[in-house]
Design a protein. Structure first.
Length: 357
């Protein structure tokens, strides 16, 4: 009988624990689009470096090569296309405008800081002279920066998406549990689901303008118009997927809930939602993606603050840098859309994981 060296045994145990941690981390790497980190970590840990390098090439090398080819084609072909705003800008010109927008934001921040410093000095002087009644605190009304436009769009899409979710999930549960509710909702879904945001926008604008007459409320009219338009166009994927998930619950589980005489609330929270959660989150991810696309179109058409308005203003501006700035916005919109989907996928993974424990 051969004795096992304790040091070798401890080394193998540590190695096994390391790979267990890497495999657990891999699930989260996939959530955030970083799955290429797993083979790098495995190769560093000594797990068949040759096979792991193949995975690294597939997961990281091929995408980077595709991006490089895209940039080369873009840089080569763009100068040959002439538009009313000049030649289509290449990657270098677009990147230059990224820096220019950053500098614009810094300068605007400096102007805002100087404005508040002057205001504080003026108010302090008024108080010192006994004129407290003349003290005023005003908000800097300068031009919104590119980052302000991004933040406005993100707030708007999340608000509209939240309203859509609050409306769609209960209606989807009702449609999935009740044949009668499904029969009532299905015609409305089929009629309103294909309606373009450009058709909803004038209706929403008129209704909000008629109902929301104050300018001192919690939300501005432009914010409500954009967010409600997002709601009307983005609630359908969540509603449909929720109804499908609820109606697909195992009939045996439904029978068990009847035997146990579960009330409606307990049935929904303990049986319906956990079983339908994957499809509900699929609907939420689709709704958020639809909402983000709808928002940009709504902001462009209604001239509401946000990235859509930024694109339209640059198009109307017609300067030599306008097209490059529009392309910066296009990439920004795409990257934010990707990040929003990753956020929803991360939430789905968290809820699914806790539900399966």
């Amino acid at each position: 009988m051969t004795a096992i060296d304790p040091e070798v045994f401890d080394k193998e145990a540590r190695r096994a624990r390391l790979f267990t941690r890497i495999n657990k981390a891999d699930a989260w790497f996939k959530v955030f689009g970083l799955s290429w980190l797993t083979p790098i970590l495995k190769a560093a840990a000594g797990d068949s470096p040759r096979a792991q390098f193949g995975e690294i090439w597939r997961l990281l090398g091929v995408p980077l090569l595709a991006i490089a080819v895209f940039l080369m084609l873009w840089a080569t072909l763009a100068p040959r296309v002439q538009t009313s705003l000049g030649a289509v800008p290449g990657p270098a010109q677009v990147w230059e405008q990224v820096g220019a927008l950053q500098q614009d934001a810094i300068r605007e921040g400096e102007r805002a800081a100087a404005f508040y410093e002057r205001q504080e000095a003026r108010n302090a002087e008024l108080i010192a002279n006994g004129n407290e009644d003349r003290v005023r605190d005003r908000i800097y009304a300068g031009k919104p920066t590119y980052y302000d436009q991004i933040w406005t769009s993100i707030k708007t899409v999340f608000f509209g998406f939240l309203i859509a979710s609050v409306v769609a999930i209960p209606l989807g549960i009702a449609a999935g549990l009740s044949v009668t509710a499904n029969a009532a909702l299905n015609p409305l879904i089929q009629i309103f689901k294909p309606v373009s945001p450009l058709a909803w926008l004038p209706i929403v604008t008129m209704i909000v303008s008629a109902v929301y007459t104050t300018n001192d409320g919690m939300f501005s009219k432009s914010f409500l118009i954009s967010s409600i338009t997002v709601t009307l166009c983005s609630l359908w994927p969540t509603l449909i997927n929720t109804a499908l998930g609820v109606s697909s619950i195992d009939k045996d589980l439904v029978s068990v809930s009847r035997v146990l005489k579960m009330n409606t609330y307990t049935k929904i929270t303990k049986l319906v939602l956990p079983s339908a959660l994957p499809l509900i989150f699929t609907g939420l991810r689709l709704s958020l993606g639809v909402g983000w696309m709808v928002l940009i179109a709504a902001e462009m058409l209604a001239q509401n603050p946000g990235l859509g308005k930024f694109v339209w203003d640059e198009f109307q501006n017609g300067s030599s840098q306008s097209l490059a700035r529009i392309m910066v916005a296009v990439f920004t919109i795409g990257i934010i859309g990707f990040l929003l989907d990753r956020v929803m996928y991360a939430l789905q993974s968290m809820f699914t994981f806790s539900n399966n424990r």
